[in-house]
Design a binder for this molecule. Structure first.
Ligand code: HEM
Length: 453
């Protein structure tokens, strides 16, 4: 292994990937953000430095090093500045903080997301999926195709709305609220990827958009929180968070904390789940044989019912299809961390201050770990010996997605209810590409024809 110190000031033993002498990998990061860390790491045995203009990043796809950063030596790393930037919209919530503040919050909120705490979430997902299917029935009667991304965005918002706030977010309000959330995510990404990051008080376009998103989301969530004072107890995540107490019995999360965490759950859970669901519909519409096999499994186990937390465990092919969707199209394609202490990996130095990009996409597509990784084949998850150490759509360790069960329940219910009612066909057979925005999204909306069973 050759020694490589990119700037000469921070010598390290990790290789340095080539790139444009001035811009480094800036152009490639603009056009295919998900591919650069994956390819740089894969081309150099699992970890290598690369440069975007003057900024250096350590691209990592070696699952052992990813585990070290996220689990075994997590205390040497913290979330990078990208996450703090989210405070412009969500304030201080689970996704935008780290350290002792985050840890206390995580412990307070976790019970609402444990499987037993999510018992009531399944009916919310069933009701929202049924509403979507009723809309599909009308579209189908009118001979109109549906658009996958628009549909899954409505569904995802409707499920979070019901489970978090007991709010019935209809299609019109979901379109309006979804546009607000997406606008915020878009400007956050613009801010995170721009060369100059203006301070929040500067009257720039990005700051204006972010302030507007924050205000509109605050208004929406605050209305639900203030409605709760003195009203009968509701059975939702907001109520579980309201019930959290400090050891001395006082209220743990005041209204500002409830607002910030509620906004965080919308921001973290909306687009991620909607994108995964859209890819799942695309994968199904492209594979009629797989759909029939899933249909057989559903008929045997559910006999026409919607799945619940119990019956879900008896749907191996359905679960494997969701896993394969998230392996193939990981909606969170990489996560970033900063070393706050010196570290090393197999003798190679990771100096304090290093910015790491842990490539989920790279791990999920590594041919050294997965047989035929560029083939969509759910059955791989039903075979013994699949590389579980390299499968982490929700990451691992202390920041592992708090909504992972929530998302899995939502996707299983949606998949089961859709396949029991319809066969799907691609209205436009041209292949759909991937585009890395906030999530790894389809590069165009996917038009699907519905064929009733
Ligand atoms: C397919 C859907 C989803 C995927 C792929 C996903 C993925 C992830 C990943 C990779 C992280 C780690 C971010 C980091 O620290 O770098 C994360 C964190 C988080 N996710 Fe998800 N997520 C999904 C759905 C959801 C849902 C439905 C919710 C809530 C309703 C949610 C809430 C959160 C929260 C609050 C965090 C921050 C956790 C913490 O640091 O304590 N996610 N998610």
């Amino acid at each position: 292994m050759k020694s490589a110190g990119a700037s000469g000031e921070t010598p390290t033993d990790f290789p340095q990937a080539g790139g444009h002498w001035l811009f480094g990998h800036a152009a490639q990061m603009m056009s295919a953000t998900h591919l650069v860390p994956a390819e740089v790491a894969a081309g150099h045995g699992g970890a290598a430095w690369f440069r975007v203009l003057h900024k250096r990043f350590l691209a990592v796809s070696d699952p052992e090093l990813v585990r070290q950063v996220l689990v075994t030596r997590h205390e040497k790393y913290e979330r990078s500045f990208h996450y703090r930037n989210m405070q412009a919209v969500v304030g201080h919530g689970l996704l935008s903080t780290d350290g002792p503040f985050w840890l206390k919050r995580r412990r307070q909120i976790l019970p609402a997301f444990r499987l037993d705490g999510l018992q009531r979430m399944a009916p919310a997902a069933q009701a929202a999926t049924k509403a979507m299917l009723d809309h599909w029935a009308a579209e189908c009667r009118a001979g109109r195709p549906i658009r996958a991304i628009s549909e899954t965005q409505h569904l995802s918002l409707a499920v979070i709305g019901r489970a978090l706030l007991s709010a019935d977010i209809d299609r019109d309000s979901s379109a309006r609220f979804g546009a607000i959330v997406r606008d915020g995510l878009y400007w956050l990404r613009r801010r995170n990827t721009s060369l100059f990051m203006p301070p929040p008080w500067m009257p720039t376009g990005a700051n204006r958009h972010l302030r507007r998103t924050r205000r509109l989301m605050d208004d929406y969530v605050n209305a639900h929180i203030s409605e709760r004072h003195g009203c009968p107890v509701k059975h939702d995540i907001l109520e579980t968070m309201r019930a959290v107490r400090e050891p001395d019995g006082s209220v743990a999360l005041d209204d500002a904390a409830l607002r910030d965490e509620s906004k965080t759950l919308f921001i973290a859970g909306f687009e991620t789940t909607a994108t995964s669901l859209a890819w799942m519909l695309y994968a199904l519409a492209s594979r009629p044989e797989l759909v029939e096999q899933i249909h057989d499994e559903l008929s045997q186990v559910l006999a026409g019912d919607a799945p619940d937390l119990e019956s879900m465990k008896r749907l191996p092919l359905t679960q494997a299809t969701i896993n394969e969707t998230m392996r193939f199209y990981p909606s969170v394609y990489h996560v970033s961390r900063q070393a706050i202490e010196d570290d090393e990996f197999n003798g190679r130095q990771i100096p304090r201050g290093s910015q790491l990009l842990l490539s989920i996409f790279g791990m999920h597509r590594d041919p050294a770990l997965w047989g035929d990784p560029d083939a969509f084949r759910p059955q791989r998850f039903m075979e013994a010996g699949w590389p579980s150490q390299a499968f982490m759509p929700f990451i691992i360790g202390k920041h592992a997605c708090i909504g992972n069960h929530f998302a899995m329940i939502e996707m299983t219910i949606a998949l089961a209810m859709i396949v029991q009612r319809y066969r799907l066909e691609l209205a436009d057979p041209a292949p759909v590409g991937m585009i890395a925005r906030i999530t790894l999204a389809p590069d165009r909306d996917i038009s699907l024809r519905l064929v009733p069973r």
